[in-house]
Write a protein that binds this ligand. Structure first.
Ligand code: ADQ
Length: 489
């Protein structure tokens, strides 16, 4: 195998994530069509040129029959993807249950489910069993495809049990694990019934990475306080073996945004939007419709701003683009109705016959339209209640070289650590504070905007996704493969 520049690859990189970067649609008994979903991780890893990357993960569909599985495996192989087949029951218990109902809210400080405590406890046990079983199924596939010298990079909260399963197969396998969400304070993590088992499994990895130094510190504290292990400046030590723990803040492929803005069709979109919102300042929110993103709080803050600043009422518009996710979960359905209800009320209250203050779209936008929107925005509002990093804030900055708009950013997003000096930082729970930040952003002088934008732009264009992936993989490569026996002083 050779790289595009003709040189041999340095190594094979097996990237293991819950979902493969493709969506599979069945066209017949043995035929499939595949659509690449270019998420942040895919773009990041495209930049890792020295490694020959293979993806291992679930294709997002239930394929109970052997003919279908064989055909899908073959089709995916052309995209360098290897499927893990999970049946409906496992998906229900592992993915919808343990991952999305337990770990996701807990890691974002929303606590464990509380409705029916007894039922939750009972289902908790079966969901955790399914989680372990699913992680073992991922390990079986990795082990089958592993060749000596490969590096294995496991991603996210879905696969916390995987490092241990892999090391049980082969202690010499080089294994890294990266968490895309926050890792909460150890006091939150200790409420999880399976707290110790999960920490021990993650510690089986050679390198454990987080977006920020704070998340890494919380993880080390959880290991010292809950497991009684020793935390060192490099990581966590267990019986002489060191697991390296560090922060690797993700970035974006900023060139992709810069190049898109030069395309004639994107320039056309920009002109259309400028014409459409002529005479009004544009504020923008782009989020998955998830409770962690703080969408209702953001809209209520905008209402408060309109209440307190009558002179701005017909001079500003909020565009909120929210992609629906987990639409079958009642809590998410409730969130959608809540957002619709608030938007309707505010538009009824402050709208006129010719203009409404909030345009809310329940859908995903294609990449070029998204770039155009970022480029015409005066103020971006990222008010996550908690967020591992938040790439929307980075994407907005990358598209603002001309306009130099203002970013209002939640102090609870990982991005606050990197873009904090250029953004206006807010506590998203404090609606009065966010309303005041909106007024500050809209009234900011151009000199101040330029200074703040420059700070963020330099960061976004130098700390890219490619650099993130390369740093993680080369650090993983540098960790000593064998258990590191250190003599305690
Ligand atoms: P997410 O929670 O998905 O990711 P985020 O980092 O904001 O959050 O990335 C979302 C991506 O989806 C962005 O690239 C954005 O452009 C796109 N997107 C969102 N809404 C869209 C819309 N309506 N139309 C089109 N595209 C849309 C998780 C963690 C984050 C962490 C990332 C990466 O929760 O905290 O930053 O992983 O590690």
């Amino acid at each position: 195998c050779e790289r595009q520049d003709g040189k041999p690859f340095r190594q094979r990189l097996l990237v293991v994530a819950n979902r493969l970067p493709v969506s599979a649609i069945r066209r017949g008994e043995d035929s499939w069509s595949l659509e690449i979903s270019a998420g942040g991780l895919v773009t990041a890893l495209l930049g890792v040129k020295e490694f020959e990357t293979r993806w291992i993960g679930w294709a997002g569909v239930n394929v109970p029959d052997e003919i279908g599985q064989k055909a899908l495996t073959k089709a995916l192989a052309e995209k360098r993807c290897i499927p893990v087949f999970l049946d409906e029951e496992i998906v229900h218990q592992y993915y919808n249950g343990y991952c999305n109902n337990i770990l996701w809210p807990l890691f974002h400080y929303l606590g464990l489910p509380q409705e029916d405590r007894l039922a939750t406890t009972r289902s908790f046990q079966s969901q955790f069993a399914a989680y372990k079983k699913a992680n073992q199924m991922f390990a079986d596939v990795v082990n089958k495809h592993y060749e000596e010298g490969d590096v294995v990079w496991c991603h996210d909260y879905h696969l916390m049990f995987l490092p241990k399963c892999l090391k049980d197969y082969n202690s010499k396998m080089k294994v890294g694990w990266f968490l895309h969400t926050p890792f909460p304070s150890s006091e939150i993590h200790r409420t999880l019934p399976s707290r110790s088992e999960l920490l021990h499994s993650v510690l089986a990895a050679d390198l454990v990475g987080f977006h920020t130094y704070d998340y890494a510190r919380h993880f080390v504290s959880a290991c010292t306080r809950i497991l009684g292990l020793e935390g060192t400046p490099e990581g966590v030590e267990d019986q002489g073996r060191l697991t390296r723990v560090a922060a690797f803040p993700i970035g974006i492929d900023s060139d992709r945004f810069r190049c898109a803005l030069e395309l004639p069709q994107v320039q056309d979109h920009i002109r259309e939007l400028q014409e459409r919102f002529k005479g009004r300042k544009v504020m923008l929110g782009v989020d998955r419709l998830d409770m962690i993103k703080g969408i209702p709080q953001k809209i209520l803050a905008f209402e408060k701003f309109l209440e307190e600043n009558a002179c701005w009422r017909d001079k500003v518009v909020l565009l909120q683009i929210a992609v629906p996710t987990r639409t079958d979960v009642p809590e998410y359905q409730k969130l959608t109705s809540q957002v619709h209800e608030i938007v309707g009320r505010i538009n009824g209250r402050f709208g006129t016959l010719t203009a409404v203050p909030i345009h809310h779209l329940d859908r995903s936008l294609d990449f070029q339209k998204l770039c155009a929107l970022y480029a015409v925005t005066d103020v971006a509002l990222v008010t996550s209640l908690r967020d591992g990093m938040n790439l929307v804030s980075y994407e907005f900055v990358a598209c603002q070289e001309k306009k130099k708009g203002v970013l209002i950013l939640s102090e609870f997003a990982g991005a606050a650590q990197s873009l904090g000096a250029g953004a206006i930082l807010v506590n998203p729970w404090n609606i009065t504070e966010v309303a005041a930040a909106i007024a500050q952003a809209l009234n900011m002088s151009s000199g101040e905007r330029e200074k703040r934008h420059k700070h963020n732009y330099v960061h976004v264009t130098t700390h890219t996704a490619q650099e993130w992936a390369e740093t993680f993989v080369s650090e993983l490569n540098d960790t000593v493969v064998e258990a590191q026996l250190r003599t305690r002083q």
